[in-house]
Design a protein around this ligand. Sequence first.
Ligand SMILES: NC(=O)c1ccc[n+]([C@@H]2O[C@H](COP(=O)([O-])OP(=O)(O)OC[C@H]3O[C@@H](n4cnc5c(N)ncnc54)[C@H](OP(=O)(O)O)[C@@H]3O)[C@@H](O)[C@H]2O)c1
Length: 316
Amino acid sequence: MKAVIVPSFGDSDVLRVIDRAEPRPAPGQVLIQVEAAGVGYVDVMARKGDYQPLSEPGFIPGVEAAGTVAAVGEGVDGHWVGQRVFALTGRGAYAESVLAGVRDVVRLPEGVSAAHAVALGVNALVASLGLERASIKKGERVLVRGAGGGIGLMAVQLAALSGCEVTAITSSPERSDRLRDLGVAHVQDRTAGQDGSGNTYDIIVDPVAGADLGRYIEMLRPNGRYLLFGAAGGVPAPDAFGSIMTTYHNSPTLFAFSLNSVDADTVGAAAAELFSQAARGDLRAVIDEQVPLAEAHRAHERLESTPVFGKLTLRP
Ligand SMILES: NC(=O)c1ccc[n+]([C@@H]2O[C@H](COP(=O)([O-])OP(=O)(O)OC[C@H]3O[C@@H](n4cnc5c(N)ncnc54)[C@H](OP(=O)(O)O)[C@@H]3O)[C@@H](O)[C@H]2O)c1
């Protein structure tokens, strides 16, 4: 099979397409013929050697894939063969075939393509399970930073579907228009100096962090919840969290949320619900570009240079 490997840590041009023997499923695993693999910042960090736990050079990146089950290992029901599925793979998805534990595999409903499944994938799971952890309620005011990014695009839609009033922060008039098309009530363009201030929020969804984190924590309403998902804007200064103390009498809650902390059954149930929402047309998968597998290096370059709108997917 064709696969993309990281032969040594470095820039996007280290990525190499190689021929490798198709893996065989171990007990409890399925072999998936990949139709789409997700490209995320986590893969960029793994390629650079910045992601813990560190993979030894020579690994195939890619934490999520969708396609058709081609074979099953010992102890796995044969009915999986031929099923269209999405899977969290841990690594290995940048390939024509990938292994996954059967507990990490979710069946895809009719009407949800492989590319759509990975475009929802990790990003929708993070947004959905994070909002659930923050006990999102109808009628609440939700602010989403990095709204045009992978997690942001899912968070704005899911918060709106929960009946919340959503404010999205993004970085251009074009991205603002596309967010309005997705049903966002209020859009703020940070390149025009709009930053969500002047209002307060029950929930702030933040995949950006960076130097402004403390200022955003101060925008929480009483009993507000802050969902920190990542640091696309850089790691915050240690004193940013001091805002929790200065706003102490509002009883703020800070959730740092990683999908890695959630058990497989909970992830599987959430993924099945998200794919049903997509099949019904309630939740939209947003794909920036479907890139051929052999051009994985270009997908990484794009992710690291210009902001993408939605997901980059790889097509073997
Ligand atoms: N918690 C988890 O389990 C989990 C899972 C996957 C990824 N992550 C992490 O979450 C973060 C975001 O992931 P993603 O896939 O959503 O990334 P992404 O698609 O690159 O989106 C990030 C968005 O943040 C905004 N942004 C970027 N730099 C900024 C800056 N300096 N200041 C303000 N806004 C900025 C941009 O949106 P606009 O242009 O629209 O403003 C950008 O599109 C990453 O750090 C990633 O590693 C966490």
